[in-house]
Design a protein around this ligand. Structure first.
Ligand code: SAM
Length: 380
């Protein structure tokens, strides 16, 4: 590497600030350096993310470069011997103190936070075998016993070194980069070809595209979000994926759906604190507060309430958030259930236990983001 790795990573840390999280700073840094040699960008990313993973151990008076070098050494030592750091130390230093009030912190969970995350892709259901052959270095997940393998699961863990965005398969829409637990949300909806679904918080369309593929491009997915910028990205992704059975509209999260027909299913993939993504995005551990969690919980409750009106009798409502805090998961689901007697809990089709209407997917079980799901059926 030309310039020292620690200097490059320190440059990125200087770009991080209010409104500029570490992943955005990294993207900005790397996009301005087309001349980086193969693998250099990955090394800078590793150094920056290691820094935030091990921040609780670093000498506050050290230079940025010394702290980055210390974090990389801790990362390497941990990868060689995960038992070298005690669970109590992880509970005290790897996450903010308030987290223990919001969720259990089993040692395996804390250890998973300190390792590098897996990279998951989602092939189109009909093109899974071709992606495996063309891309190589990928394999299906081993699901934990709590999950029933869903039909059409086309998740692959990629372990190769290619920049996936530059591969022919990505450019032709043969696969998307999508975390395994996000893919399980699509399967939990179990949409059927010909149905009408509403992806109420569609964002850039990760789950919209998946619903469309599971519906084999038949029927309709309404994709709404309050962000027009995200919906524009969704349209670009849908064009690449060859998805046609969707329509987009802005929706601010209050009032009725911006379309008429009631739906067979509504997915509320709500904005959340993202605590479930703290392995992939360790900087967020130090910028997310318990106050954020509480505020988001009331946004989630309001979104669920507004979106539920569009579910037709017999239809399903699925709630998902990439967090495991009690305020944003069971408390929101309890509140909705208690105030909506017209909805009954609906057993999630991805759960192995018969009748399980809620699921917490833990990072250490799936090697992917933490995710909570709950589902209901409208009975009247
Ligand atoms: C978890 S993200 C959605 C991710 C997306 N479903 C995917 O799989 O790619 C939550 C989305 O909710 C949107 N959002 C936040 N507050 C909202 C509100 N009050 N009404 C509607 N959308 C909202 C955000 O713009 C964001 O795109």
């Amino acid at each position: 590497m030309g310039e020292a790795l620690e200097n490059r990573a320190a440059h990125v840390l200087r770009l991080v600030g209010p409104g500029v999280p570490a992943d955005a700073a990294l993207r900005g840094y790397l996009s301005g350096r087309a001349g980086l040699r193969e693998g250099e960008g990955r090394q800078v990313s590793r150094a920056v993310f290691s820094y935030y993973r091990w921040l609780g151990w670093l000498d506050p008076d050290g230079s940025a470069q010394a702290r980055i070098a210390a974090a990389l050494a801790m990362q390497e030592r941990f990868e060689r011997d995960p038992g070298s750091v005690k669970a109590e130390a992880l509970g005290a230093r790897a996450v903010p103190a308030w987290l223990a009030q919001e969720m259990d912190l089993p040692p395996q969970y804390l250890r998973s936070l300190q390792s590098e995350p897996a990279l998951w892709i989602r092939a189109k259901v009909a093109g899974l075998a071709a992606v495996v052959t063309d891309l190589g270095s990928c394999a299906p997940p081993a699901l934990p016993a709590a999950l029933a393998a869903p039909p059409g699961l086309a998740a692959l863990r990629y372990t190769g070194a290619a920049d996936l965005h530059r591969t022919a398969g990505y450019r032709s829409g043969a696969f998307e980069i999508q975390d395994l637990s996000s893919q399980l949300v699509g399967h939990a909806c179990r949409p059927e070809p010909g149905e009408t679904w509403w992806d109420a918080c569609a964002g850039e369309g990760g789950k919209t595209l998946h619903l469309g593929d599971l519906m084999r491009n038949k029927g309709l997915v309404w994709a709404t979000d309050r962000s027009q910028r995200r919906l524009a990205a969704l349209k670009r992704r849908a064009a690449r994926a060859g998805m046609f059975n969707y329509r987009c509209a802005a929706w601010s999260g209050t009032g009725r759906a911006p379309f008429g027909a009631p739906c067979n299913g509504v997915l509320v993939d709500a904005p959340c604190s993202g605590v479930g993504t703290w392995q992939r995005n360790p900087h967020a551990r130090w910028t997310t507060s318990q106050e954020d969690v509480r505020e988001l919980a009331s946004v989630q409750a309001a979104l669920l309430l507004a979106a539920a009106r569009a579910v037709k009798p017999g239809g399903r409502l699925v709630y998902s958030v990439c967090t495991l805090t009690r305020s944003e998961t069971t408390a929101v689901a309890d509140g909705f259930g208690a105030s909506h007697p017209g909805f009954e809990p609906w057993p999630l089709p991805i759960a192995a236990a018969p009748g399980a209407c809620r699921l917490a997917l833990w990072p250490q079980d799936l090697d992917s983001n933490g995710m909570f799901l709950a589902a209901w059926k409208r009975v009247r």
